[in-house]
Write a protein that binds this ligand. Structure first.
Ligand code: FMN
Length: 405
């Protein structure tokens, strides 16, 4: 049975369809307008504004944390291409002496391979294979990068969000000094630019973590999920100064454990402000560059995410009980809408921003521009096409109204 909620053939009025075909052809050669949202509003009467962590974003498309958000040139391209938000590469928490309990994640590895992958359903897609992990430069370099990224974010109306891997103990205590020092240092940089706004923050539970010895016991994972939001909120300079988002992993356990994780997060003593659902899967057998066990994405990732989200929604009368940003095989505007129909206010993309250029129609511009052209304007699979279908069949004109109520 298909996991998709949208039909293969979208219902789009003929005049809208020809306008969309015209715009798709036009922006294959012309630069995308920097405020493409205005064009979508004027031409198609659609409003793509949304939220991330309760904060307004221009549109739901964001760059997920990773190898494409670790230098300022990448962030500049994203701003120019009109992304709604960028999550910076995950930095490994440290205390004031520079000690890092999760140091194993701060390794330098740049070699990446973008490969085609076929899901269990037979659907084809892409996955990125590599063996790297978190930020490997100094913490000071990260703070400088974040400062520069925030400047660009203000210039382009693009939300910039730091991401951190904090200490996750197996049996010992959480190292609070790392939580406090890292959070407050990031807050210091954030408040230079936005003194009156809370800082959104992603806490990364990565696929490499899911595949590591640390995650062998379900109880260990549940202990993290129960405690981390409280530790993070207590690490901030004052109550309400940060918005905590947990980026949950796809564990090696059965699908039902994804639901158990969500229930634990929401039953904890302090709830996070939002979630990111769900990071890539881990294949313990796949070998890459001499390393056995790597993360993967593609259709199996989105299939598993949709299954987990559908089961979660069933427990909550069809409406997610907390704001969340989706991640996982968002390779079209249509896929963004599939996640929105399950309650996601935004979508964070990594793989689709790094495909070989032959996969995009647009010849010039950055990879982000090329991808955005497809994500927004593709006549069958773009965001505008999927939203026109929902306008025609349900009268929905605002992206946020796609979400279940
Ligand atoms: C090469 C690579 C590096 C990544 N690094 C990080 C990271 O540092 N922190 C993080 O939270 N997620 C990281 N991710 C996960 C992505 O942020 C994203 O959530 C995931 O790949 C699913 O999105 P996609 O299917 O569009 O790739 C990485 C993914 C890839 C492919």
């Amino acid at each position: 049975m298909s996991v998709y909620l949208l039909p293969t053939d979208l219902t789009i009025p003929a005049d809208d369809r020809s306008r969309l075909e015209r715009d798709y052809a036009r922006y294959a050669t012309d630069a995308l307008p920097s405020a493409w949202e205005d064009l979508v509003r004027q031409e198609y009467d659609l409003d793509v504004a949304s939220t991330y962590a309760g904060m307004p974003i221009r549109n739901p498309f964001g760059k997920a944390s990773g190898q494409l958000s670790l230098n300022i040139a990448q962030v500049r391209n994203d701003g120019e291409a009109g992304l709604g938000f960028v999550i910076l590469k995950t930095v490994i928490a440290q205390d004031e002496t520079g000690a890092q309990m999760m140091q194993d994640w701060a390794i330098k590895e740049t070699k990446m391979l973008v490969e085609e992958i076929t899901g269990k359903s037979g659907e084809k897609g892409f996955t990125v294979t590599w063996k790297g992990r978190g930020w490997y430069d100094t913490f000071d370099a990260y703070l400088k990068f974040m400062r520069e990224a925030l400047d660009l974010g203000s210039k382009h109306g693009m939300l910039i969000v730091p991401s951190v891997k904090y200490h996750l103990p197996v049996t010992e205590e959480f190292k609070l000094s790392e939580y406090k020092f890292t959070t407050r240092s990031l807050q210091g940089v954030w408040s230079e630019k936005h003194p009156d706004l809370p800082m959104p923050l992603e806490k990364d539970f990565s696929p490499t973590l899911a595949g590591s010895d640390r995650s062998k016991q379900k109880e260990t994972i549940l202990r993290w999920l129960e405690n981390v939001p409280k530790l993070l909120k207590h690490s901030a300079t004052k109550p309400g100064a940060i918005r905590v988002g947990l980026k949950l992993m796809n564990t090696m356990f059965k699908d039902t454990f994804q639901g158990e994780m969500l229930r634990t997060v929401l039953a904890g003593p302090v709830k996070p402000d939002f979630l990111i659902l769900f990071n890539r899967m881990f294949d313990p057998k796949k070998e890459f560059d001499g390393k056995v066990g790597v993360a993967f994405g593609g259709p199996d990732l989105s299939d598993r995410n949709f299954r987990s989200l559908d089961a979660w929604l069933k427990e909550h009368d069809g409406k997610p009980p907390i704001e969340f940003s989706a991640t996982g095989n968002i390779c079209s505007g249509r896929m963004m809408v599939e996640y929105a129909l399950r309650g996601a206010t935004s979508g964070q993309i990594h793989t689709y921003f790094q495909l070989p250029s032959t996969n995009y129609k647009k010849a010039d511009g950055s990879k982000t521009q090329k991808a955005m052209h497809e994500l927004v304007f593709h006549p069958q699979n773009g965001l505008v096409a999927a939203m026109l279908h929902l306008k025609e069949t349900r009268g929905v004109k605002r992206f946020l109204d796609i979400l279940p109520r």
